[in-house]
Write a protein that binds this ligand. Structure first.
Ligand code: C2E
Ligand code: MG
Ligand code: MG
Length: 759
């Protein structure tokens, strides 16, 4: 009997030791706690082994000590294992030290037992004729049991707590160990209280240890795993279907059921519905993915499908799963973002960048068709905004946009280029110039009380070389647009290369101007002005550019360019200064001659014309009446009142103010009567156009009379013949200028002419 138990105990000790070593080497976090537990299990079993084998009291006593201290160690490590296995966060909490302290005291008390005998004694008994030494427990032994039970029950308590508190599918992890511990505990208790000399409960303990070893290190709770995976799969946003090797659907998550409108307990129709919904399901492919759109009643939905094969450990196909993700929201959002990035918010037309890209693709891919570019610009759009407010301005823009949209035919690409500019690219064969001219280029908007005519100007560029940059095409269309004058009937201009050459020329002379002034290439020519006796009394300063490459440039070649870009102010200032210089240099016979200078309407935007000229006559110390001021009617077209005030200032300071080119522009006779003027300059040129000579004469006669009635001096320019001179003289004209007397000439020539005249 003894031998049998001894062998069993030895086997258990060896096994526990072995498992202990395996646990220690385990990579799992719990491995260490398990190995300590198994090693400490060895100690009480070893104690029992000694007890079983002992035939004298000393050995039995040693066995008992080993056993009890072993039980303490075991309780110690069981508690430690529990905390670790159950992930108890208060593992390092001081309260826990109570258990450790209790067990430590218990170990210590055994060391005092040989001296005090308070814990236990031994008595000899005979069982079946064999002598055993049995334990006689005293007070210390009771303490020992209490301490060990407290540690054991606390551990159990923790497991019970965990089993109850965690979700049911996780509880398995805890109740398997709990169950093992309860069994071992009952077995152990039975033997403790039955007081049999051979403690068979040790076998229970060892088995408990081994079960713990297995469950905590190797057992995989498949049910838990199954449930977990199923749970995860059912909560996934994708629709998921599992199929077995025969392609039968064996499981679908709730989104899958919802998508195909099937019930989770009846998956028969899954395949049929999938094929009805999607064009392609990757039949015959192991791993496959695709993006597909499906048209439902409520609209198009977008899906991405993924199919993955499932294999067993030997790589044999055992089924597959299909996941279907609904990307509709994302794709719609993306589409919306693209729309917003490519479309103008207000009009819904393409943005400039997007339009340019579209045009680029269009003209480079369709080489058969010839295309044109139209640049549409709303005239004076700023004024619409100012007068009617931005809301009406927006309305006008929308109206133009709608107009384009409605009239666009196949092959048109159009968009909004900037504030009030629109762009269209169209096959030239679909051009609707007539329609544009008649309808789009002028329309009326009204805010109830005020009607505003809206004018559109359209510049057109015919694409010859599709490879040039779209922005250059629009630049050219825009260039054509800028050639449209402010005429009410001309709204469309088509680009030709002359426009481009003109632009380049304009740019060239603009950059050259400053140098030309410095190098005295810009010079005033003088054209004599005579009185009714034919005597030269003064001259008009007319600018000329003696260009080193272009040759002699008359003003019509460059004045309009500089009027457009504002550089005219530089030219005029220089001519005024030159005129002053010349006047101040004249003495003797020429001391009374005057020079008239031209003032461009644009000068008023760039400087204080009065201050500028006043400063000049002061600088050169000349009599202001010798520098005559020529303005045209257009000066009065804007800010009439302030302009009149300026002219008044000139007159008050002693300047003579002349109205140039009277009759050639928008003559407002009404304005004439209030204007602070001294001389009316009448242009013969406009009269020469009149077919009926008699009629021209009548007009001239009346203008001259009007002039004298208003108390103004009259000067006729463009006098080319003797007859004209005689006639004008007879009509009472005061002063004359024209080729009949002399053409504009250099200052030196003019001076010579004066001297000759005198002589
Ligand atoms: P404008 O001020 O009316 O000058 C008179 C123009 O008529 C001059 O042309 C002159 O050469 C021309 N002319 C004079 N007599 C006759 C004639 O008998 N027959 C014909 N067919 N033409 C005659 P020009 O010098 O070519 O100047 C043209 C215009 O350029 C000027 O018209 C003036 O508006 C502008 N201009 C000239 N110089 C200046 C300047 O320094 N500053 C500004 N702002 N404008 C200037
Ligand atoms: Mg003039
Ligand atoms: Mg003139």
């Amino acid at each position: 009997m003894r031998e049998v138990f001894a062998i069993i105990y030895i086997v258990l000790i060896v096994l526990l030791g072995l498992f202990g070593v395996i646990s220690k080497k385990s990579s799992k976090a719990i491995g260490k706690a398990v190995s300590y537990l198994l090693f400490t299990f060895i100690v009480p079993i070893a104690g029992n082994l000694i007890l079983v084998l002992s035939e004298n009291e000393l050995l039995s006593t040693i066995g008992s000590y080993t056993y009890f201290i072993g039980m303490d160690l075991m309780a110690f490590s069981l508690f430690d294992f529990t905390l670790s296995y159950c992930n108890i966060p208060w593992r390092h909490n001081k309260k826990i030290y109570f258990i450790y302290t209790l067990l430590t005291i218990d170990v210590l008390q055994y060391f005092f037992n040989p001296f005090f005998g308070h814990a236990f004694g031994m008595e000899a008994i005979t069982v079946d004729g064999t002598l055993y030494y049995r334990l006689v427990p005293y007070l210390g032994q009771t303490f020992h049991r209490i301490a060990v039970y407290i540690a054991f029950i606390t551990s159990l308590g923790i497991f019970i707590y965990k089993t109850i508190r965690v979700p049911r599918i996780y509880a398995e992890k805890y109740y398997i160990i709990l169950f093992t511990m309860v069994l071992a505990g009952i077995w152990q208790s039975y033997y403790i209280f039955s007081r049999t000399p051979i403690d068979r409960s040790m076998m229970g303990l060892a088995v408990c240890g081994m079960l713990i070893f297995y469950f905590s290190l190797f057992y995989r709770p498949f049910r838990l795993l199954d449930r977990m995976l199923a749970n995860i799969a059912s909560k996934m946003s994708e629709a998921i279907f599992f199929f077995d090797a025969s392609k039968r659907c064996i499981w679908a998550n709730s989104n899958g059921c919802k998508l195909l409108e099937v019930r989770s307990d009846n998956l028969e129709h899954v395949n049929q519905r999938l094929f009805a919904m999607f064009d392609d399901l990757g039949v015959g492919q192991d791993n496959w993915s695709s993006k597909q759109s499906v048209n439902f009643e409520k609209g198009t939905q977008y899906f991405s499908l993924d199919k993955h094969i499932v294999t067993d450990a030997k790589n044999k196909k055992i089924g597959y799963f299909l996941s279907i993700q609904d990307n509709t929201e994302e794709i719609l959002k993306h589409q919306q973002e693209i729309y917003e990035a490519t479309h103008d918010k207000l009009t819904g037309l393409f943005t400039k960048e997007h339009l340019f890209n579209q045009i680029k693709n269009k003209v480079s891919s369709e080489t058969e068709t010839s295309y044109s570019i139209a640049y549409l610009d709303i005239k004076d759009f700023k004024m619409v905004n100012d007068i009617f407010g931005n809301d009406t301005g927006d309305l006008v823009l929308k109206r133009v946009a709608n107009w384009i949209r409605e009239n666009a035919t196949e092959g048109w690409a159009y968009g909004r280029l900037s504030g009030d500019a629109f762009g269209i690219c169209y096959p030239t064969s679909t051009e609707k110039l007539d329609l544009v001219q008649r309808r789009l280029s002028k329309f009326v908007i009204s805010n109830g009380s005020i009607d505003q005519h809206i004018l559109m100007h359209v510049g057109i560029y015919r694409i010859i070389d599709p490879s040039i940059d779209v922005s250059i095409m629009f630049d050219r269309a825009h260039l054509a647009l800028t050639t449209i004058k402010n005429e009410y009937n001309m709204h469309i201009a088509i680009y030709d290369d002359n426009m481009r050459n003109q632009l380049l020329w304009d740019q060239k002379i603009s950059t050259e101007l400053e140098g030309a002034i410095e190098n005295r290439q810009i010079v005033p020519y003088l054209q004599p002005i005579v009185d009714n006796k034919g005597t030269i009394i003064g001259a008009e300063a007319l600018v000329r550019w003696l260009h080193p490459e272009e040759g002699f440039l008359p003003p019509f070649k460059f004045i309009p360019v500089f009027e457009k870009n504002g550089m005219i102010a530089q030219v005029d200032k220089y001519i005024w200064r030159s005129a002053c210089e010349i006047i101040s240099s004249w003495n003797g016979d020429k001391a009374n001659l005057f020079i008239s200078v031209n003032i461009s309407p644009k000068d008023f935007y760039f400087m204080d014309v009065y201050a500028e000229i006043k400063a000049l006559v002061e600088e050169f110390k000349i009599d202001p009446s010798r520098l005559r001021i020529e303005i045209t009617e257009t000066v009065m077209m804007t800010e009439a009142e302030s302009r009149m005030a300026i002219l008044s200032k000139f007159r008050k300071s002693g300047f003579i103010v002349e109205m140039d080119d009277f009759g050639s522009g928008y003559s407002s006779l009404n304005q004439l009567k209030d204007m602070p003027l001294d001389v009316l300059k009448i242009d013969m040129k406009f009269l020469s156009k009149a077919e009926d000579n008699h009629r021209a004469e009548t007009i001239l006669r009346n203008v001259l009379r009007l002039s004298s009635d208003l108390g103004l001096f009259s000067l006729t320019e463009g006098v080319e013949t003797e007859d004209q001179y005689k006639m004008l003289n007879e009509m009472g004209c005061n002063l004359f200028q024209g080729y009949y007397f002399a053409k504009p000439m250099s200052v030196a020539d003019f001076e010579k002419l004066c001297d000759k005249n005198k002589g």
